[in-house]
Ligand binder design. Structure first.
Ligand code: URP
Ligand code: ZN
Ligand code: ZN
Length: 466
């Protein structure tokens, strides 16, 4: 047999082209693309379907400690299962450095959590929280050589944030080692001041999460992060941008010659601060940071996806159960928004939302969909062209999409560990009906046809985007 699998009669879509051809797969890689291919153990009929690179979700949180008594709703098994059903073949979760640990120790702990558990391929970004010891002096060059080529730093969250001098040191070290630094931009001191004011006024409901983290706190921090990167002349990724003002900071930095990538996420297209003002405590379901803003911000984020300000559209999947004392409605969270864990689920709904609201409603074309959902993630984070495209020699990571299939999103049909979806009742048209990881079918319609452990850990090269 020439091939293990042939995908026949589909329309192949990459970030640059759309064309009819068969795809031949052997030993987990794409080995032929032609009008007609024959001679395989398995023939998949993709008539009427798009044959797209599997989604790469480069911003997800799985099994990450999130405060006393709080447990994330997804571990590596449920999170990667949910990712697969959402059309993804690779996810990039965060590995959190606990204070007092080295980065190597953190990685060892996360590898142990993920080992043998994954349904899709994974690769870690390292969250740096403690710069004491060898963390910046000696660890990054060796880590980059071993394929750990990205770092995230926080400007907010009391226990995670770095001071400006620490961010500068991290950026400067990254310039030397070749790591790419992702920054969560919100001004922690301003937020703490506003939380204190809300508490003094007895304003404790979930909706005050949004007002305690205003656009100005995000805009200011975005400007500062970009300025710090400019000062040490290094590249930077501004993650989860929620509004026009922060987006314009990216545009201005680029106009000055800055090497900047930007991302926005489904919640900033589909939700607003009004969702946090739902009856009773339901608003807790939508608590994430930065918070969803307003309709004008949604329009701005679509513009950013269209005009290239945003290169990436990841989910920032950060799931907590709602009705659970280890989740959103923990004892303290029920009484005060400050203690509601930040983050919402979305790894399974990211791509159907972008397809339906973006391609289906004429806001972006199919090729831009592929760029935003897969190719740009692979390029930015050192996985291209092994991942993120359909080409001879690339891994056979493929999602077959039925552009006509309409689905009403409901938590019942999702595979994550959360007990809700922020998008309950949203009707989408376009759905990933089969997902193939390195030539092996993982999901086929509603059926799971692989066992966990199929997903591999991916070492990465340095970014090829700048
Ligand atoms: O609210 C959010 N986004 N939680 C996840 C952690 C982060 O900041 O990315
Ligand atoms: Zn963040
Ligand atoms: Zn995040």
């Amino acid at each position: 047999m020439s091939f293990d699998t042939i995908i026949r009669n589909g329309t192949v879509v990459t970030a640059s082209d759309t064309f009819r051809c068969d795809v031949g797969i052997r030993n987990g890689r794409i080995t032929a693309m032609a009008d007609t291919l024959d001679d395989a153990l398995e023939i998949i009929d993709a008539s009427g379907l798009y044959v797209m690179p599997g989604g790469i979700d480069s911003h997800v949180h799985l099994a990450q400690p999130s405060g006393d008594g709080i447990v994330m709703a997804d571990d590596f098994a449920s999170g990667t299962l949910s990712a697969a059903f959402g059309g993804n073949t690779t996810v990039m979760p965060f590995c959190l450095q606990e204070k007092g640990s080295t980065l190597r120790e953190a990685l060892k702990a996360y590898h142990a959590k993920a080992e043998g558990e994954c349904f899709v391929d994974i690769s870690f970004h390292i969250i740096v929280t403690d710069l004491t010891g060898r963390v910046l002096g000696q660890e990054p060059p060796a880590l980059v050589a071993d394929g750990y080529t990205s770092i995230k730093v926080f400007m907010t969250y009391e226990n995670l944030r770095l001071r400006d001098d620490e961010i500068l040191s991290t950026l400067d070290s990254a310039r030397t080692s070749g790591a790419l630094v992702m920054v969560h931009c919100e001004n922690e001191d301003a937020i703490r001041f506003l939380i204190g004011r809300h508490e003094a006024n007895g304003e404790l409901a979930p909706k005050y999460h949004a007002t305690s983290r205003p656009v100005a706190a995000e805009r200011e921090a975005t400007h500062r992060a970009l300025s710090l990167a400019e000062i040490v002349d290094t590249s930077i990724v501004i993650v989860h941008v929620s509004n026009r003002e922060a987006m314009e900071e990216i545009q201005r930095a680029r106009a000055r010659g800055g090497k900047v990538a930007g991302e926005t996420c489904p919640q900033y297209l589909m939700l607003t601060a009004n969702d946090l003002d739902a009856t009773e405590l339901e608003g807790a379901k939508f608590v994430c940071s930065p918070p969803p803003r307003d309709e004008k911000s949604q329009i701005a984020c679509w513009e950013g996806l269209q005009n290239g300000t945003f290169d990436l559209f990841p989910s920032d999947h950060c799931p907590f159960r709602y009705d659970d004392d280890q989740g959103k409605l923990n004892e303290k969270g029920k009484r005060n928004f400050r203690w509601i864990p930040n983050g919402i689920p979305g790894v399974e709904t990211r791509l159907p939302i972008l397809f339906s609201e973006g391609v289906g409603k004429g806001r972006i074309d199919l090729n831009r969909f592929v760029a935003l959902s897969s190719t740009n993630h692979a390029k930015l984070y050192g996985l291209y062209p092994r991942k993120g495209t359909i080409a001879i020699g690339s891994d056979a990571d493929i999602a077959l999409w039925d552009p006509m299939k309409s689905v009403v999103i409901s938590n019942d049909i999702l595979h994550h560990g959360a007990d809700y979806t922020p998008y309950e009742g949203l009707e989408v048209t376009g759905w990933p009906v089969r997902v193939i990881v390195r030539g092996k079918t993982v999901t086929d319609g509603d059926a799971l046809v692989a066992t966990k452990g199929l997903g591999n850990y991916l070492a990465r090269t340095r970014s090829t985007s700048f």
